[in-house]
Design a protein around this ligand. Structure first.
Ligand code: ADP
Ligand code: NA
Length: 344
């Protein structure tokens, strides 16, 4: 089989949570273990994406370094995978500009993430009134930058959570548009494939109508990878459930209860349905105790390793610098060809 180029990114917007862990990070480590000798793996801390929302510069700088530590702590191996900061590789922004000129504004305005930002900016009482100040250009165009992140390495596979499906489809369309405009005979970019994880999307603990997210306002809505056993206990105890007797897996009628089962299943490797069957005649207290124990068992090791690595700032900077050299070499080679094809 053709060697794969596997690329994914994570925003340095805070400590990753259970959703990032089971939706992305665990899968990256698994891919790294299964990858063939010719496969390339790249994992990027995407700082430019973080700037689409207001960030405190000091906190952002710390979060960037923490994210390198976390990638290492969960088991990404810098000898096997390229670990780097997006903002260390200028080629991403240059490619983003070129690709942005191939995609319509209307297409970007139809992305669900943009539409949800627009909904927030709309005045609740007067739909025609929009608070334009919260709608920066980066929020509209960041899917193009994401496409550039992926295509700068001519990536073939993108392992991300299923919340990213629409963005990967856009990256494929942009790759195709580039090929049609500039490289008709030879398909310059291969169309990257989305690789979703077997584990289901993990929802907010306090509002199971939304996904668990780093940027959600309520900190009780998530469990972060560095939370202590006591913090895990408190947050699971406080998770929204329902007053229905017994435990069943029913994401529509019982989103909170089902989310706890999804988390338990992700920790133990079972299906959510199998977990539900085990707890069929038990109550929410018993389920929450089991989830708490399973989450603590899953997080104890990465938490310990993260704490150790966080004290090794020179090492973390070295890993990022070495990753940047490798990433630049690949991305710069792509950009040399892109410039030639586009007549620049
Ligand atoms: P966030 O939305 O929390 O800021 P990122 O945008 O940095 O997270 O996404 C990093 C990775 O984590 C992506 O692959 C994304 O699909 C995945 N991911 C984010 N939230 C969840 C979730 N609640 N459940 C499963 N996967 C998720
Ligand atoms: Na996000």
């Amino acid at each position: 089989p053709r060697p794969r180029v596997i690329f994914s990114g994570i925003q340095p917007t805070g400590i990753p949570h259970l959703g990032n862990y089971f939706g992305a990070l665990v899968n990256w480590v698994k891919l790294q273990a299964e990858a063939g000798a010719d496969d390339k793996l790249l994992f990027s801390v995407v700082g430019w994406h973080a700037l689409t929302l207001p960030q405190d510069p000091r906190k952002l700088a710390a979060a960037r370094s923490d994210m390198i530590a976390l990638l290492l702590a969960v088991g990404i191996d810098p000898k096997r995978s390229v670990i780097f900061h997006q903002d260390h590789v200028q080629a991403h922004t240059e490619l983003s500009w070129i690709l942005g000129c191939l995609i319509s504004v209307g297409r970007l305005q139809r992305m669900t993430t943009w539409k949800s930002r627009l909904a927030v900016a709309r005045n609740a009482n007067d739909e025609s009134e929009i608070d334009d100040s919260v709608l920066n250009t980066g929020l509209l165009t960041y899917p193009v930058l994401q496409a550039a992140d992926i295509l700068a390495y001519k990536s073939t596979h993108v392992p991300v959570g299923d919340d990213q499906q629409q963005h990967i489809e856009l990256a494929r369309d942009i790759a195709d548009a580039f090929n049609r405009a500039y490289s008709k005979k030879r398909r310059f970019f291969s169309l990257p494939d989305l690789m979703t994880t077997p584990s289901k999307r993990i929802l907010s603990l306090t509002d199971p109508s939304a996904k668990m997210s780093k940027s959600a306002f309520d900190p009780k809505s998530r469990i972060e990878l560095t939370h202590t056993a006591a913090e895990i206990t408190t947050r699971i105890r406080g998770a929204t459930t329902d007053s229905i007797q017994g435990i069943t897996y029913d994401p529509v009628a019982r989103p909170g209860t089902s989310n706890l089962l999804t988390i338990l299943a992700a920790c133990t490797g079972e299906s959510a349905e199998a977990c539900a069957a085990r707890f069929a005649s038990r109550d929410h207290g018993a389920l929450k105790a089991a989830v708490t124990e399973a989450v603590e068992a899953a997080l104890a090791q990465p938490r310990k390793e993260f704490t150790r690595l966080r004290a090794e700032q020179t090492y973390l900077a070295d890993v990022a610098a070495e990753g940047a050299v490798k990433a630049r070499e690949m991305a710069d080679a792509t950009l040399r060809e892109v410039r030639k094809l586009t007549g620049l």
